[in-house]
Design a protein. Sequence first.
Length: 485
Amino acid sequence: MNNIGYASQGGSVYDQSLQGFWAKSQSAIKDNKSRSIMASRSRILYEGSSIGRSLIDRITGGAVGSGLYYSPLPNSKYFENYSGITNFLTDSMELYSNAHAFDTSGRWTLMELQRAAFHNMILSGDVFLVRNRKKGFSSWRIREEFSCKTPRCYEGRRDLRGLVRLENGNYIIDGVEIRKLKPVAYYFTDTPFMEDANFVRIPAYDADGFPIVLHAAFTNRADEYRGIPVMAPVIENVWSSLAYTKAETQAAIIEACNVFAVTTNTVNNTINPFSQLTQEQLDKPLAPQNSDDFQLDPLGGLQNQWFSGAVKAANYVTPGQSIHLAPGEDVKSIDTKRPNSGYAAFIDAQIMLMGAAIGIPKQILSQNFDATYSSAKAAVVQYKRTCEQFRRRFVESVIKPMFSVFCRDMIMQSDPYHGREIAKQRAPLLALESVWRCKESPLVLDPTKELDYYLRAVEAGFITRDEAAQMLFGHDAVGGSDETV
């Protein structure tokens, strides 16, 4: 039988190199049963591994920085007084953000809330923000991935496909209630690790169509209703690097301790300068049994009589000490081949593999720019592209829906009588047109070369002054308009 297509490139079951690769993949729902394990491992590696922390922090810093800020368009064909509306929204957002009103717990500003939500999204695979509306203003509470799950009381309702089917015909998949393939509600618990956990069902949208639960996740398959951690494909690499680093560090410590050994061809212990302590001395506790064992030394400090005597009973080696060996004794050094000369190359290769899997060049991941300028520039360009993809997904799934709720609240406060009907029409459109940018300045390796490049691009008409300033400094151009070069 001739192999064609993928089979001709190694996909055949008769391929010798894949004889031990017993792979079984089905629907996204079944494949994602290990999602919670991957999320847990990802969080542990972030806390315990320097490379794991670098992976998550590089993406967070490049995509949202300290948080995204609202940057309205210059004009809009949908609103007559667009600048007045956007100025009002910008001022109101800054006021409520500084008062920590966006966060239900009252701890974070709006930008800090965004950063925390994005960080949890890429770390655990998905994150939830649950709306709490009080006195005409909506605040949000972050719920981590493990707080959303299917209640145990529904486990007996699984059908032949393994899905929980409710009496109304809806399905529950990993804590997400589905109706006609769309999420309509989420099940949360404050005690996720208890057998008798109490669950609450929260609808995804209110009666006006505005979101109650914002679900930010990395989903790529048709049936994925929960996200996969960004670190998922490199968990084994990160763990192996962490284990190897610990082993090398321990070996280096042992190598530093075992400097030399004394060999002898005599059995006479009386001439051995490294005489052993007696068993009686070893059995005696280091700490004194009563205060009488202590006395003041001439300098006024406490001195342990027994311990000082034990030290004198053995000849300990100190730095720079000259050792006089007895007849028949010799010094032999112990070489454990540690630290291993291949350690740096191994870690460098692991960083390159992890960066390739996630889309972060190893220069960015390791914060080591020791290559040529062209190579470093290419790394920065690829890093920006990766961060832009993460940023756009987060903006579309969290920031814009959250902003639509904020616009609804502000419109209803300004017009209590007709605000609800106006808000239902204008708030989603204002959110759809909103633009969100980072506060931090873009990463620039050589300001002189970068400035010359963007000036030439503006002169040629490829980009505007504002676009050039945004890419170079992170804000619009200062002085003059886009038509003025």
